[in-house]
Design a protein around this ligand. Structure first.
Ligand SMILES: [Zn+2]
Length: 503
């Protein structure tokens, strides 16, 4: 069959100050920029991106494709109305033009997109796609594990499938799974029965990590529900999206979805998974330390097994942080800590100044804290040694950014005391050792590595870490949602797992 393919990925932190406009989607970041028409068919191949996986598996199953449009932007505040309308028009107009020549539609979506003028970006898009192709066409989409899945998304599509790993090392595999299930539905000429449930509590990012419990065993169970010869008769697949909490929308939060041939086994499977998730509610909270507590612990507990990795989760650029808070840096300087590396601090002005000053020089600069991510925080105003400068272009070496050419813009390695800081000119989540090693640093030889990330860093850094500590330095992505002022959540949602406070 011929499948229309496209995508529109954005994770919207409605509390973050900077919006995602047309340029944010048009430009390449760690993923390719906007692709319209034929280039879309090759832009993501070989990369850990759902569209790439879908095209690869779809072609193997003998299908051909009608390219629509595909784009993504770094997580941030609202998607502007202008960007949302122009991008959805690109997808819908090309789909309308293809008309009767296609048999099905696949979209590579995130599932937590909020635009300035509408709460449910993907629900509205899927509904519009249904409006163009009509009831007889199959519509499938892949979603991020952090999707805030809505009733509208479920109703307008035939099959949704979400990543099962956080760090997201299975993005391409999720695309492949979408292709296999679409193939099966088309072959059997059947629309699946669906069961959908939204738990009434929010899960913090660090609590949704699939490497630790309770998520680890829930995803292991979900994996077992995939179609296999002689097993799970009648079940097409299940998804557990942990939701993206810093989104002030009514349908924010986790969701459970099961698809299959008949209503009653589908509902039964959902009930079993639901019991498991509801029963594990308090375990979805992850412990947090202050910067001072984390540094003290790290210095007192050095191990030959490797460095202590400290996650600056509240300034994670993958969740709307700007990557420029300096709470942990200040605590490290006060503690006279040495053999410490920090990445990636977003400060284009300091990076440019270092390029100007040159390697080996000493320069005075006001580093970080320029974008207001942490109220009342001031820059680190001090002398830094410029150890190295680079254009910030290099290949990823870890599993999360697998196959991707990273671009930090003009980059500098600055040193103060025993702390070395990779300063970049683009907001990038520190989830790959190459962000340090391309500047000549060996992450394994450090005492402490500080990363601006919540969980994705674990894919590449956990194997070399003796311990991972999650720290609550002030930043725009509060790990405790009780620090956020929600206005639009549906009534009765507990703001943290097991918490008494509700919306
Ligand atoms: Zn995610």
């Amino acid at each position: 069959m011929k499948i229309a393919v496209g995508g529109f990925q954005h994770e919207t932190n409605t509390f973050a100050p900077m919006k995602a406009d047309w340029n944010a989607f048009e430009q390449a970041d760690s993923w390719p920029g906007l692709q319209v028409g034929a280039p879309l068919l090759t832009a993501c191949l070989g990369m850990n991106i759902p569209l790439g996986g879908f095209l690869e598996a779809g072609a193997q199953l003998g299908h051909s494709f009608e390219p629509l449009a595909w784009c993504s932007a770094t997580p941030s505040g609202y998607v502007t109305r202008d960007a949302y309308e122009r991008i959805t028009a690109l997808i819908l107009e090309r789909l309308a033009k293809a008309g009767g020549t296609v048999d099905a539609v696949y979209l590579d979506l995130h599932g937590a997109m909020v635009a300035e003028h509408l709460e449910d970006g993907e629900g509205a898009l899927l509904r519009a796609v249904r409006g163009v192709v009509g009831q007889d066409f199959l519509i499938v989409a892949s979603l991020d594990l952090h999707a805030n899945i809505t009733q509208a998304m479920v109703d307008a599509s035939d099959f949704l499938t979400a990543y099962r790993t956080y760090p997201h090392v299975d993005m391409a595999e999720t695309g492949r799974r979408a292709a296999r299930v679409l193939h099966q539905m088309a072959t059997e000429n059947k629309r699946p029965a669906k069961a959908f449930y939204k738990p009434d509590f929010l899960i913090p990012l660090t609590g949704s990590c699939s490497l630790v419990e309770p998520a680890a065993s829930i995803y292991a169970e979900i994996e077992k529900l995939d179609p296999q010869p002689g097993k799970n008769e009648g079940i097409l697949g299940a998804s557990f999206a942990t939701g993206f909490s810093p989104a002030d929308i009514s349908e924010c939060g986790p969701a459970l979805l099961v698809y299959g041939a008949h209503t009653s086994p589908v509902q039964q499977t959902l009930d079993q998974l639901r019991e498991r998730i509801v029963g594990s509610e308090p375990d979805f909270s992850a412990p947090l330390l202050t910067p001072e507590e984390a540094i003290e612990w790290a210095l007192a507990n050095q191990s030959v097994r490797g460095p202590v990795v400290v996650a600056d989760t509240q300034d994670n650029p993958g969740a709307g942080g700007n990557g420029d808070t300096v709470g942990i840096l200040k605590a490290l300087i006060s503690a006279n800590a040495a053999d410490v590396i920090i990445g990636v601090l977003y400060d284009p002005v300091a990076a440019a100044a270092a390029h100007e000053a040159g390697e080996g020089t000493q320069m005075s600069v006001e580093l970080g804290a320029h974008t207001g991510g942490a109220a009342e925080e001031t820059p680190v105003s001090a002398d830094f040694k410029v150890l190295r400068v680079s254009d910030g272009e290099f290949d990823a070496t870890g599993p999360y950014y697998d196959g991707i050419r990273l671009s930090l813009g003009p980059t500098a390695l600055l040193e103060i005391g025993g702390v070395k800081i990779v300063v970049g000119s683009k907001k990038v989540q520190c989830a790959d050792q190459a962000m340090f090693s391309h500047m000549g640093l060996d992450p394994r030889k450090q005492k402490i590595i500080v990363v601006k990330s919540s969980v994705h860093f674990r894919a590449d850094f956990e194997p070399i870490a003796s311990e991972v500590l999650v720290v609550s330095s002030p930043g725009p992505n509060p790990a405790d949602h009780r620090d956020l002022t929600y206005k639009n959540l549906r009534k009765g949602i507990r703001l943290m797992p097991g918490a008494e406070e509700t919306s």
